[in-house]
Write a protein that binds this ligand. Structure first.
Ligand code: FAD
Length: 581
């Protein structure tokens, strides 16, 4: 915290930093983007703007027990095979196969680099090949995954930790960097850059979680609670095009804890079971692949069991022997360490009783589903000079750790080409002053101002989205009228938050901006959900008024673009191009 809070805007110091390449978000993709810049051109001046501390920030902060995508080339598998699998995981498409293929071609090298840098990968007993727990995912001891990536990024770029990005800087139509504030030092930061990569992860906390335990995030979430969609919000306010935001990520998670279920179900072959003892995936979803059905089906199925009165639902871990159970708990210690404490605190022995599972709240995460910026092959968004990588880049699901790393590299290569072709930026300083005033406004409303806390507005938004835009309480279903209601009330929240949100310190100021960003992302999510008048990925996207899949009209991408002048959101489609047989 700053020792003394500024009392007025004049007391807020502005710090300006000029660089060639700005990376907003030093997570998985951001670290690899920085590393790649150093490889391609060591003279490039690269800066990372990071909201937390890069050593433990983003989705990988707490560690992982697997890398979900690594192509077993020795087994004859190819990048095209990975694209085919990814397409199946989203019910046959649409996906951006051009992006998916280029990511897949880059993927193995990124995983091998992680191993070179010190990541312990678990090998089969013959020690020749990594141990696969499914078709594409390899087991790791990943507690140190993020510090390992961060070390390389810190060697490659100047890192500004604890700086919350709030807006892009523009040079006409071109992105010329980003602005934000220091959550510890209270300064206003202006990063001017010839090219900018936005890699701020996905959007968590748009929807209400079904638990509201006393955690700092006020709910149990599976996704990094500090990634709130700022990367999307900054771009949409400048008129960038977004794709597939209706394809929300919903996952089966351990109930009341939101721990990963694949660790048990895929890693230890524990089947999902309902209250009647039925292995429902094989009984009711055999035609869609049963236990191996695409993820959206496996995520939605337990919730359908609940809805039909056959809940609670479980993963049946009772076949595990003591040794297997110990290994499974070790896997959890690598990724969700406190889940092991949760089991102990609740007296749950997974060898004696099955582990209860439930659906997570929906997240917007373009490394998992297809939601995010529409990008070209260089990973440039429709805003010139603005690139997206990892969860922020859309159209290309199932990237996970390796794919986000690969995309960080690809975005850097694109950004470097852009810098070479376009050179310096020229900035109208009035936008800097306007943003500084907007950023600090909630802090200077005075203690007598009868306003609303960020928490109050956040809870309203989350409940609205949960009940009217297909959240957990609605078993992920929504219809046209509910979405219209949600959109009407989102407008009110936008007005009210702009006028009434107050912040008593810099930390609460960060929460205020998180709420602004979440509301703007929620708005386009609702437009996308409205735009897709069919049900393509039950759970991820379920329209109760259009329960069937409509390939004739919707085997395409649903897109949005917000007009920065009028605030109107245009909804349109783009065709799906199948390039891998
Ligand atoms: C709990 C969990 C378990 C997972 N398990 C696996 C697994 O086992 N295997 C696998 O392959 N994948 C797994 N994934 C998926 C994988 O981790 C992600 O797809 C990938 O790491 C995302 O990378 P990213 O760079 O897009 O985002 P992140 O790594 O989340 O990076 C985003 C960065 O942006 C920063 N940021 C956010 N907002 C701002 C702002 N306003 N200003 C500045 N900086 C900002 C964040 O602090 C963070 O550092 C898991 C994800 C989660 C959440």
């Amino acid at each position: 915290m700053a020792k003394e809070l500024p009392k007025s805007l004049d007391q807020v110091e502005t710090k300006t930093v000029e660089c060639d390449l700005l990376i907003v978000g030093g997570g998985n993709a951001g670290c690899f983007a920085a590393y790649e810049a150093k490889q391609v051109n060591p003279d490039l001046n690269v800066v990372i703007m990071e909201k937390a501390n890069i050593k433990r920030s983003g989705a990988c902060a707490a560690g992982m027990d697997a890398l979900n995508t690594y192509i077993p080339t020795w087994d004859g598998k190819t990048p095209e095979d990975l694209v085919r699998w990814s397409r199946e995981q989203v019910g046959g498409g649409p996906i951006r196969e051009d992006l998916a293929l280029s990511n897949a071609q880059e993927l193995n090298q990124c995983v091998e680099e992680l191993e070179e840098w010190g990541l312990p990968i678990i090998y089969d007993e013959d020690e020749e090949h990594p141990h696969y727990r499914g078709s594409w995912d390899i087991s790791i001891h990943g507690e140190q995954l993020k510090p390992i990536m961060a070390e390389k990024a810190m060697d490659s770029a100047e890192v500004y930790n604890r700086i919350v990005a709030t807006a892009l800087i523009m040079d006409g139509e071109r992105c010329a960097g980003a602005m934000g504030f220091g959550v510890r030092d209270g300064k206003f930061y202006v990063f001017k850059a010839k090219a900018t990569i936005v890699s701020t992860g996905g959007a968590c906390g748009i929807y209400k979680s079904y638990t509201s335990d006393g955690t700092a995030s006020h709910h149990q979430t599976w996704m990094c609670p500090f990634n709130v969609g700022t990367g999307y919000a900054m771009g949409l306010r400048k008129g960038a095009e977004f794709t597939s935001m209706e394809q929300r990520w919903v996952a089966a998670r351990t109930k009341d804890y939101c721990g990963p279920v694949d660790t048990v179900s895929v890693g230890y072959k524990a089947k999902m079971m309902n209250a009647k003892g039925e292995y429902f995936l094989n009984e009711r979803y055999a035609h869609l692949g049963g236990d191996k059905a695409p993820r959206y089906i496996r995520a939605n199925a337990p919730m359908e069991e609940w809805r039909e009165g056959r809940g609670p639902t479980y993963v049946d871990s009772t076949h595990l022997d003591e040794e297997q159970c110990k290994n499974m708990l070790t896997d959890y210690l690598n990724e969700r360490p406190s889940f092991v404490l949760y089991l102990a605190a609740n007296g749950i022995d997974p060898t004696e009783q099955p582990v209860e599972v439930y659906g997570s709240d929906p997240y917007i995460v373009g490394g998992h589903t297809g939601s995010g910026y529409w990008v070209d092959m260089e990973r440039m968004t429709t805003v010139p000079g603005l690139f997206a990588a990892g969860e922020t880049a859309g159209g290309n699901p199932n990237k996970f750790v390796g794919g986000c790393a690969a995309e960080g590299k690809l975005a850097t290569r694109g950004a470097i080409k852009f810098i070479e072709a376009n050179g310096d930026v020229n900035i109208d300083e009035s936008q800097v002053e306007a943003e500084k005033a907007r950023v600090f406004k909630p802090l200077f409303r005075g203690k007598d101002f009868d306003g609303l806390t960020p928490e109050e507005i956040k809870e309203r938004l989350q409940r609205l989205m949960d009940e009217y835009a297909g959240g957990t309480s609605q078993f992920y279903r929504c219809n046209e009228e509910q979405l219209d209601y949600a959109l009407k009330h989102i407008k009110l929240l936008q007005e009210q938050s702009g006028e009434y949100i107050t912040a008593s310190d810099l930390h609460e100021l960060m929460h205020a901006h998180e709420v602004f960003d979440r509301i703007d992302v929620a708005e386009i999510v609702c437009h996308h959900l409205k735009g897709r008048k069919e049900t393509r990925w039950s759970g991820w996207q379920t329209r109760s008024d259009y329960p069937e899949r409509d390939d004739e009209n919707f085997n395409c991408f649903v897109e949005t673009r917000k007009n920065p002048e009028t605030g109107e959101i245009e909804v349109f489609t783009r065709p799906y191009e199948r390039i891998v047989d």
